[in-house]
Ligand binder design. Structure first.
Ligand code: BGC
Length: 354
């Protein structure tokens, strides 16, 4: 009896020691590279389209933060930004060329957010971590490898905030917003790309927020303008031809399309302008809020997102842990909070973002 107890104890000790060695070994082999060892960090970035204003502002910020980081850390950092021109096949090829060039990290704004597998397979085969941004990949893809990350924002929050901006305006001045005095808000929606998380969700939650606060809304029409100002001008022009003065509120999934809608309104012969609300806080959007043409916008924190991308890419290149202040969810994703911008606080944003 005593003998077998001793044996069991022996086996347990051996097992415990093996576990300790395994865990310790893993830690030991997670070797953090020193700056001297790496010398030059190369980050490959593939964006879905070079004509997207919001993405252009985000990329400018990524490049300037990388320059700053280079000076601070005294290590060369190259950020190679390529546009996929709206083709997932081109984007997959770009990732392949980043892999061939031995880049340390790739950052990807997917063309088709439901089709991440080409990008993942290529980077994974070379063990190069991927930071996806802005165009949220589906959860199964995010979970496919432990070196896949996502930087973005919570689409629901942006829709709710758009709704709140409309609500605040209604509380102050419903009489003049409700042009035909029927007690109902007649609205149109200008939508971003179909299938993009921000288009679907902003549309839903902006309207829901106003309805839940007790107002009655009537949708006159909705048009897809793919985040693009020129398309929004065309689409809004046709909505104005159909509904003209009846339109009391224009909800746009982003600022560029809101600016397009405004241009169409200015070119039309309607006398009393509807409320126009956007999302992003790009330069044109801020200017328009300042001129009281747009009632408000929702800041899509491109500065915070750019910072997260650069800090994460830097840490991954040196195989370091991420800085704690980034506050990643499950060490994988980060969602920067949106912020409401109206005439009352727009100057702060103009100052901050210039
Ligand atoms: C922005 C849009 C942008 C789109 C691109 C959205 O989050 O609000 O302005 O066009 O992302 O994916």
């Amino acid at each position: 009896m005593k003998q077998s107890r001793k044996k069991i104890a022996g086996v347990i000790v051996v097992l415990l020691l093996s576990v300790c060695f395994y865990v310790g070994g893993k830690q030991f082999f997670k070797h953090q590279k020193s700056i001297d060892e790496v010398k030059h960090i190369k980050i490959g970035v593939s964006i879905y389209d070079e004509y997207d204003t919001y993405i252009a502002e985000l990329m400018q910020e990524v490049s300037s933060l990388a320059k700053k980081k280079e000076m601070e850390e005294k290590i060369a950092i190259t950020v190679d930004v390529q546009s996929a021109g709206g083709s997932q096949i081109t984007q997959n090829d770009q990732i392949e060329s980043f892999v061939d060039k031995n880049y340390n990290v790739v950052c990807v704004g997917l063309v088709d957010r439901t089709d991440a597998s080409g990008v993942i397979d290529k980077a994974k085969s070379a063990d190069i971590p991927i930071i996806f941004f802005n165009r949220e990949l589906v959860n199964e893809d995010l979970e496919r490898w432990d070196k896949i990350y996502y930087v973005g924002a919570d689409a629901v929050q942006s829709g709710v905030m758009q709704g709140e901006i409309i609500l605040e305006a209604c509380k102050k001045n419903f009489e003049s917003i409700d042009k035909n005095k029927d007690g109902i808000l007649q609205y149109v929606i200008i939508e971003g790309e179909p299938g993009h998380q921000d288009a679907l969700v902003r549309t839903e939650y902006s309207v829901k927020t106003v309805v839940n606060a007790g107002y009655t809304l009537q949708k006159l029409g909705n048009e897809i303008a793919n985040w693009n100002k020129a398309q929004a001008i065309t689409k809004m022009t046709s909505l104005l031809e159909k509904y003209g003065e009846e339109i009391e509120v224009v909800i746009s999934n982003n600022d560029e399309m809101a600016l397009g809608a405004l241009e169409a309104i200015k070119n039309s012969n309607i006398e009393s302008y509807p409320l126009v609300v956007g999302v992003d806080g790009v330069q044109g959007g801020l200017e328009s809020v300042k001129k009281k043409e747009m009632i408000g916008t929702v800041y899509n924190d491109y500065r915070g997102q750019a910072k997260a991308i650069v800090e994460m890419a830097f840490a991954l290149s040196l195989q370091q842990d991420f800085p704690e202040e980034l506050n990643l969810i499950e060490n994988k994703s980060i969602y920067l909070p949106y912020q409401k911008i109206t005439y009352d606080n727009v100057q702060e944003y103009i100052r901050m973002l210039n």
